[in-house]
Design a protein around this ligand. Sequence first.
Ligand code: PLP
Length: 337
Amino acid sequence: MNLDVPFPSVSLSHTPTPLEKMPHLTAVMSGPEIWIKRDDCTGLAMGGNKARQLEYYVGQALQHGADILLTTGAVQSNHVRMTIAAARKMGMKVEVQLEKRVSDRLPQYYDSGNPMLMKIMGAKIHHYPVGEDEDGADNALYERAEVLKTEGATPYVIPLSGMHTPYGALGYVKAAEEILQQIAQMNLTFDAIVLASGSANTHAGLLFGLRVLGSPVRVYGMCVRRSAELQKQRVLDKTNQLASMMKVDVCVTADDVHVDDCMLQPGYGQLNDYVKEAISLTAESEGVLLDPTYTGKAMAGLLAYVRDGMWSEDQRVMFLHTGGTPALFGYPELISE
Ligand SMILES: *Cc1c(COP(=O)(O)O)cnc(C)c1O
């Protein structure tokens, strides 16, 4: 069960993360046994899945001799917050770009939670006006990188769009190995893993890693940004890229990619009643905090599947907690309604 990932990386995360049972949530739902993989506990300025991804992006950056990291994301981006933390931990400079992706938010959305933490860590912040233009946002970063080069810096851009080489997904290829080792040690088997599917680095990396290591466990990705049709293709493109990066025969087929956009509405970073319920039910039953943009939607999808009878009581499902809790502070309406 050992997997060689032949790409440079640095150590940024506190791993292995715990894998824990959720006994009260399981009892309330009276369905399958629900477990949680605590990737919200990876460290790196309050945790989340980006810690594992950044280990490989920063590995690339250092190999290129970079001294400054550049990246882009939403105002409440966990990825941006953790990229800043990674740069600080490695003693690098960092500039970030925040996109206006979510409208009609309360003032806290713009200055509490992630944006506050970004400022505490002292990153230079640029702004990008449009939220649904990944290539445009990336191009703005590359343009800024050109300016920095003329000033003598060696920038490394961590881009957003679907077609760049998904080094970050390698962190979840490695996480697949960690999970399989952990469940073997604990003498458990799982029938499904449920996670939030955004850029698809996590979804594609985990799915690919599991299949390369011979595990058939189903992976369900809950869409948080785009339709199931678009997201399915994005996951598949990334598993194909991973196959060529790792020089293995393609081992993930279209039938093996499960995505669902049932919890996406009304859109990226926007709450709905199911998400609010999932956040409060998980907090009240287990003392586990989810987030409004990603894990709240993923858990809402998992709960909907349990209610639909997708799994029996003798089955076991794993919820991958990918982090994001600082964003809660940007959504005071979670408690005021
Ligand atoms: C970025 C993020 C995701 C989505 O992960 P991708 O690899 O982009 O698909 C899920 N949960 C949280 C909390 C995130 O910050």
